[in-house]
Design a protein. Structure first.
Length: 226
């Protein structure tokens, strides 16, 4: 499984690096989509949407595909080394996806949702000191996941759409992008909404454990009452 994971990761990175030289039709031919109609419907209604995904499969390519389809996608990215950020940005923006800094873009994220844009968040691990996380059941143990997506959904009324992109079992097209039905924030608090999202993440990851690119051993004993 470990060998397969690194093979998938390097192959996914290769496809990301090819984006600037690929045509729209070539990018679309790489991916079969399921459930994307719900996302386009919400956008057509003028609603902001929070798309959340785990570090599963070529998640960067998933965001790029949404931009190729003409959706106003803004991806929030982690600040790492400046030169690395600059290099990655050229590939991430190749299809029209706009980028938001996790360190400085929170206020802009709120505004974009109010204006009806789509914000893409990778939200299966807590990043940075001071970030708020919630311990949730994950496999046979517990992991901490960020509560930010739920907080923004409640504050703006924007639905959360959970999705993922993984290698297709048939191999043609190469990838499968799946989008779940939206979760409306009404009637949920931050904890229950975060737990709903995490449960969907867990389902996806159990199905494709050799494509989950999280290497932080942030495991905690299972809470019997969780």
């Amino acid at each position: 499984m470990a060998r397969g994971l690194f093979r998938h990761m390097f192959e996914d990175a290769t496809d990301l690096f090819r984006l600037p030289s690929m045509t729209r039709d070539q990018i679309l031919a790489l991916v079969h989509t399921e459930g994307i109609e719900e996302l386009t419907r919400l956008h057509a209604q003028g609603r902001g949407v929070i798309v959340v995904t785990p570090h599963l499969g070529p998640y960067e390519l998933g965001g790029a595909l949404l931009a190729v389809l003409g959706l106003p996608v803004h991806g929030m990215v982690e600040e790492i080394y400046p030169d690395t950020n600059s290099a990655l940005a050229s590939y991430r923006r190749a299809t029209g996806m706009q980028l938001l800094s996790r360190n400085t873009g929170l206020r802009q994220l709120y505004r974009l949702l109010k204006e009806g844009s789509i914000v893409l968040l990778v939200a299966d691990r807590v990043i940075g000191e001071g970030s708020e996380g919630l311990l949730v059941p994950f496999g046979d143990a517990m992991r901490s996941v960020p509560t930010g997506p739920a907080a923004f959904a409640i504050a703006t009324g924007s639905p959360i759409v959970v999705g993922h992109i993984v290698r297709s079992q048939s191999g043609s097209p190469r990838y499968l992008l799946h989008v779940d039905p939206p979760i409306e924030p009404a009637g949920h608090d931050r904890v229950t909404l975060t737990r709903l999202v995490a449960a969907r993440f867990e389902t996806f990851i159990r199905q494709h454990p050799d494509q989950w690119y999280v290497f932080q051993p942030d495991w905690h004993p299972r809470d019997p009452g969780a």
